[in-house]
Design a protein around this ligand. Structure first.
Ligand code: NAP
Length: 461
């Protein structure tokens, strides 16, 4: 297989002539990422290109986007040397070629070898855990960043929690203790978002995350909520040798002691509940994807600070509206249905391997195929938010709310992952951190304002 360019000619050997390379650009999410960059690249001064296995589809995509001069690289994921040549041309590869359980490893390897940072939207925690084990140290040695789960499923919650914790620590250090109101605690940095360096305050012992989402007023089916690519990825998780770790909140925590503490302090709960008169269901699309990421962020930060990882108790969920009857009955039903479906998926991950393989193969056949997904008319018109609350041991409280717009899983996710790519490209020569990072640690609180270009905005207190 080859790496070629349809319009710009091959870069001279050794020249890193691209900031962001969008791999899997002809897939459903890849197209949305390319669309965002086509509209952004001029003003942001980003040199970008698309890559995929079909030269015809790549050319058609660029024509459709009105960007015929953007380079396109023909790369098949089965061709390691071609992948590495592609990675050598880019500062950052944004990988939208799923299912990641089977595809990500080869692309990450090519990036680490080729000196490019790597970003993807994986929600397949067992495979992400393997990547952490395989690639954290090599990525550090290569001076690059590997950032997975970098879409709606974890990025907003990860950043909101990081900021809420910094604010709570700052309030604690200022001696505000239990009297600090839940919002409005100033950050520690000059940009109003706080720095993400060591905080001076006492440890955060409890973290809450609540998400809300308001879809456009249209009838929506399953395929408008979740793409075939994502459903096929879920089927892929069931076939994974480590499938059981999909339900482990400590799956991405680097040391065993810290992992045991996480499992004790924050056992995974998918139960629907009523909190202060609101129905709270498990996170959508899955309540078991972001906890491992949030706990990894805390563990890596503790290691940076040289202090033991003392995990906060994490409770999270999706706000499904007021609990009062009669309207609350619908919210309760939706929360219970979501919880049952999610528990069923986790139940399947605990089956013996041969049974899981058969279930996975059967699901792959009956679920919508890769390439199908939300129609364009349901991508816009959404508003959503993710709120994090943090509490320190001495009772200081703080919160952070991020507001987003566009279909969380596709429009907003595509914009977010594209902007993370742009951000990492800008700091490629002098990255503040390297290794297998979480979205929050890759973006950093100093990078949060630049995600406004993805429609993700910190709400004023
Ligand atoms: N919220 C989130 O975090 C989120 C949201 C959206 C998607 N995702 C994840 O992102 C991934 C993509 O989803 P999607 O719906 O966009 O999937 P999709 O439409 O099926 O796209 C998959 C892409 O992978 C490419 N690909 C597959 N095998 C390849 C190979 N051997 N060589 C080169 N390219 C290859 C396909 O190329 P062709 O175009 O040539 O077929 C296509 O471009 C999935 O894993 C999904 O779970 C996560």
């Amino acid at each position: 297989m080859s790496v070629g360019t349809s319009s710009s000619g091959a870069a001279p050997d050794g020249v890193r002539d691209l900031d962001v390379l969008v791999l899997g650009a002809t897939g459903l999410t890849g197209r949305l990422v390319a669309e965002h960059l086509a509209g952004r690249a001029g003003s942001a001064g980003v040199r970008w290109a698309v890559a995929g296995r079909s030269p015809d589809r790549l050319a058609a995509l660029l024509t459709e986007l009105g960007s015929p001069a953007v380079p396109s690289l023909v790369v098949d994921l089965g061709d390691g040397p071609a992948l590495e040549r592609a990675a050598r041309r880019a500062r950052v590869v944004v990988n939208l070629a799923g299912p990641y359980s089977t595809t990500a490893d080869a692309v990450i390897e090519a990036c680490v070898r080729g000196g490019a940072s790597y970003v993807d939207l994986s929600g397949e925690i067992p495979a992400v855990a393997r990547s952490v084990r395989s690639w954290h140290e090599p990525a550090r040695r290569a001076g690059v960043r590997v950032v997975q789960v970098s879409g709606y499923e974890a990025l907003p919650a990860d950043l909101a929690v990081l900021l809420a914790c910094r604010r709570a620590e700052a309030a604690d250090a200022a001696g505000a203790g239990a009297g600090v109101p839940g919002t409005g605690v100033p950050g520690t940095g000059g940009d109003g978002t706080g720095g993400d360096g060591p905080g001076a305050g006492g440890p955060v012992v409890a973290v809450g995350v609540t998400a809300t989402a308001t879809p456009p007023r249209r009838r929506m089916g399953l395929s408008d909520a979740v793409s075939g690519g994502t459903l096929q990825s879920i089927a892929g998780v069931l076939a994974d040798d480590d499938a059981r770790s999909a339900g482990d909140p400590a799956a991405l925590v680097p040391d065993q002691r810290g992992a045991r503490r996480v499992r004790r302090s924050s056992p995974l709960s998918l139960r629907p509940r009523v909190v202060r008169g609101r129905v709270v269901g498990p996170m959508v699309p899955a309540g078991f994807i972001d906890p491992p990421v949030l706990h990894r962020t805390a563990a890596l930060l503790a290691a940076e600070r040289g202090v033991p990882h003392a995990p906060a108790a994490l409770a999270e969920g999706m706000d499904m509206g007021p609990a009062r009857l009669p309207g609350g009955a619908l919210g309760l039903l939706a929360a219970a249905t979501s919880a049952t479906a999610q528990r069923a998926v986790l139940g399947l991950t605990r089956l013996p391997a041969p049974v899981r393989s058969r279930v996975s193969a059967a699901l792959a056949r009956v679920l919508p195929a890769s390439g199908t997904g939300p129609q364009r008319d349901v991508l816009d018109g959404w508003t959503w938010s993710v709120r994090a609350d943090a509490l320190t041991r001495s009772g200081a409280r703080a919160s952070a709310v991020l507001d987003g717009e566009g279909h969380p899983g596709y429009r907003a996710t595509a914009r977010m992952v594209a902007e993370v790519g742009v951000l990492l490209a800008r700091s490629a020569d002098d990255p503040p951190r390297t290794g297998h990072l979480t979205p929050a640690l890759a973006v950093g609180l100093e990078g949060l304002p630049s995600l406004a270009a993805a429609g993700l905005v910190l709400r004023d207190d």
